[in-house]
Design a protein around this ligand. Structure first.
Ligand SMILES: NC(=O)c1ccc[n+]([C@@H]2O[C@H](COP(=O)([O-])OP(=O)(O)OC[C@H]3O[C@@H](n4cnc5c(N)ncnc54)[C@H](O)[C@@H]3O)[C@@H](O)[C@H]2O)c1
Ligand SMILES: O=C(O)C[C@H](O)C(=O)O
Length: 312
């Protein structure tokens, strides 16, 4: 198994480190455009192998995609992160071109790879990569829901003073302020969360989750990486170990939830074939309205991508 992570910045290197520590690959290649950065991080991670006891051979390269040839899974994290005062959507002007050129290079050397996009604005960057790669949509999708759900679960665990391991939750929609956490599909070891927390506290947690990325941007001056890197690596694990995990993933919809030709966060089954099933949970009227609202917001950024005219 050979895995590539493109982007050796905060998220890419954290993701690569998780992949190595979980021994998900025999060979792990990290690529970055910045001279020496990926080589240095790859070498540093390889030197951690005798300490952390993993066999994954990590190597970094500067923009040399021949080294990535034959990768089975590729994670694309290249692109600018936002700064305080910016929205994720503000990144489209720079990141669309980066995601396009990186996807072309990835596909040229690993035509059969399953590709996971992380770069923001996530839903539209995933769509841009899909249009560029021209591959089946079950093999190209985005990471956001695993992260957003993890934030929601972490906040709930803290509020209820229980283990984060025992919180199961579902969150749908775009990776932006219109994301849709679903209390009806949130449990603590099977107990409905609504039985354990009052409505006001739950609503406050939902609001904090929606703006969870921005909270960290304001604290750090750049965006998060530990949870995002771990979330992408968890998706890689589900694929390489054929775990059939059910995760919220930014997936291409072709009629599911009454929507077509859009990438949006929905629950899917992830296994060795990538997205093996899109699960259509029953949404009530208000949940469906929120999902549609989120889709409209993603569509408005798809229109910006279209107007940029950079993808055939
Ligand atoms: N989907 C999510 O949930 C999620 C979570 C966190 C961050 N992100 C996004 O991930 C991206 C990366 O965030 P980060 O914090 O790692 O940023 P970062 O600045 O630390 O790293 C980005 C890296 O991409 C590299 N890069 C730029 N252009 C490249 C190219 N053409 N080829 C190869 N490498 C290139 C840069 O040199 C840099 O090292 C951002 O767009 C950020 O918004 C998404
Ligand atoms: O918030 C950001 O800009 C980065 C990422 O999308 C996140 O949610 O942490």
């Amino acid at each position: 198994m050979k895995i590539t992570v493109v982007g050796a910045g905060n998220v890419g290197s954290t993701c690569a480190n998780c992949i190595a520590q979980k021994e998900l690959a025999k060979e792990l290649i990290i690529v970055d455009i910045k001279d020496g950065l990926a080589e240095g991080k790859g070498l540093d991670m390889w030197q951690a192998a005798p300490i952390n006891y993993y066999n994954t051979k990590v190597k970094g390269v500067t923009n040399d995609y021949t080294a990535t040839a034959g990768s089975e899974v590729v994670v694309i994290t290249s692109g600018l992160p936002r700064k305080p005062g910016m929205s994720r959507d503000d990144l489209i002007a720079t990141n669309a071109g980066i995601v396009k050129s990186v996807t072309e290079n990835v596909i040229a050397h690993s035509p059969n790879a399953i590709i996971i996009i992380v770069s923001n604005p996530l839903d539209v960057m995933t769509y841009a990569a899909y249009l560029t790669a021209k591959k089946a949509s079950n093999k190209i999708f985005g990471m956001a829901g695993v992260l957003d759900t993890a934030r929601y679960r972490a906040f709930l665990a803290e509020e209820l003073d229980v283990s984060p391991k025992d919180i199961q939750a579902l969150l749908m929609g775009g990776h932006g302020d219109t994301m849709v956490p679903l209390p009806r599909y949130t449990t603590v070891s099977g107990i409905p969360v609504t039985d354990l927390i009052d409505e006001d506290r739950l609503n406050a947690i939902i609001e904090r989750t929606k703006f969870g990325g921005g909270e960290l941007v304001n604290l750090m001056g750049t965006s998060a990486w530990y949870a995002p890197g771990a979330a992408a690596a968890q998706m890689v694990e589900a694929i390489v170990r054929d775990q059939k995990r059910i995760f919220p993933v930014c997936a291409y919809l072709n009629g599911e939830y009454g929507m077509k030709d859009i990438y949006l966060g929905v629950p899917v089954k992830l296994g060795k074939n990538g997205i093996e099933e899109i699960i259509e949970v029953k949404l009530n009227e208000s949940e469906m309205a929120m999902l549609k609202d989120s889709a409209e917001s993603v569509k408005s950024i798809m229109k910006v991508l279209d107007d940029m005219n950079i993808i055939d």
